[in-house]
Design a protein around this ligand. Structure first.
Ligand code: GDP
Length: 311
């Protein structure tokens, strides 16, 4: 059931952190016919543009890694945009894919689709069993709709489309903007700048007590191909490490990797978000896939990338 390495694969969102990692991995694995389009070439929110593009390209496989994404503040301040843009992108790409006969499609969701107080580690069966965390509910509802779109397309048309739910991701091509980014790239930047300016203290948002799990995007890219080769069920499948740590411990680790020493201050005006988010990755482990990149090594590699490309 492995995907033919000569198949034409459209990676939607190939300039983003996830899409670019998937692209690199597919190339490494011998795929010879990859297709991408930038958002200025094809606006995936525009149904007509997506229909025309997919009809023209006729991919056999689609990896749907295009999305409007952001950290806790970006999500909390523009929830309507996160809801609308993601709904449009998914609906347009998946509907057009089914119509032109795309054989295999993998939709990428997020661990924030699960209820705020889901039992930890979070199993796939927790989906739609409770209320969501409010700081990213617009994004989460859109991603839940994407999971349902995959399931209903399978049921109605018999297509072999699947969805994967990655935990919090980091790596090259991440967004390192101080306000709209996720916590890990925000910390890399803030601790690096503190090191350069010899600042005695660095501020970390919230209480530092929430717990999060982090997966390097190169591991996710491997999992994406593994799932395309082996998985064909309607249930979304979690992709993570199954290990979490507090935001405070993450700050200490990032400071250590970057090589800055000093005081950690709290900014309690910023939201904590969900208290804990760690995935149960038992189903994926049973299928035979495990991540390879440890958190310290992954942060060090990402910091090296940041120094070369952003700093
Ligand atoms: P979340 O997993 O959806 O909550 O997304 P984030 O990665 O944006 O935030 C994770 C946690 O890190 C939250 O508890 C934030 O309050 C905390 N955090 C601490 N410092 C920062 C920061 O500089 N940026 C962001 N985005 N979050 C931070």
């Amino acid at each position: 059931m492995s995907v033919d390495r000569a198949a034409r694969v459209y990676v939607a969102g190939h300039r983003g952190m996830v899409g670019s990692a998937v692209w690199r991995h597919l190339e490494d694995q011998g795929f010879t016919d990859l297709v991408g389009a930038t958002s200025s070439e094809v606006d995936l929110r525009d149904q007509g543009a997506v229909d025309a593009f997919l009809k023209d390209v006729e991919p056999q496989v689609v990896v749907l890694a295009a999305a409007r994404v952001g950290g806790i503040m970006a999500n909390a301040s523009a929830p309507a945009d996160f809801l609308a843009d993601n709904l449009r992108i998914q609906l347009n790409v998946m509907q057009a894919a089914q119509r032109i006969g795309v054989e295999r499609l993998l939709f990428l969701g997020s661990s924030c689709i699960y209820p705020k107080f889901a039992p930890q580690p979070i199993q796939e069966s927790s989906l739609l069993t409770g209320a969501l965390e409010q700081t990213n509910d617009g994004y989460a509802i859109a991603k839940i709709a994407g999971v349902l779109q995959v399931q209903t397309l399978r049921r109605q048309y018999g297509v072999r489309y699947i969805s994967a739910m990655p935990t919090n991701l980091y790596g090259p091509h991440d967004n390192f903007d101080p306000t709209s980014s996720h916590v890990l790239p925000a910390m890399i930047r803030r601790f690096h700048e503190a090191k350069v300016t010899r600042a005695p203290s660095v501020t970390v948002w919230g209480s530092g007590t929430p717990r999060r799990e982090f997966l390097h995007v190169d591991d996710l890219a491997e999992a994406v191909l593994f799932l395309l080769d082996t998985y064909d069920e309607p249930e979304p499948i979690n992709v993570g490490t199954g290990e979490d740590l507090t935001i405070r411990a993450l700050a200490e680790l990032v400071a250590n990797v970057v090589g800055w020493r000093g005081e950690l201050d709290q900014d309690l005006s910023k939201p904590d978000g969900t208290p804990r988010k760690v995935l149960d990755v038992g189903r994926l482990a049973t299928l035979g896939w495990r991540p390879r990149i440890g958190l310290r090594d992954g942060i060090a590699a990402t910091y090296a990338w940041y120094l070369r490309h952003v700093a």
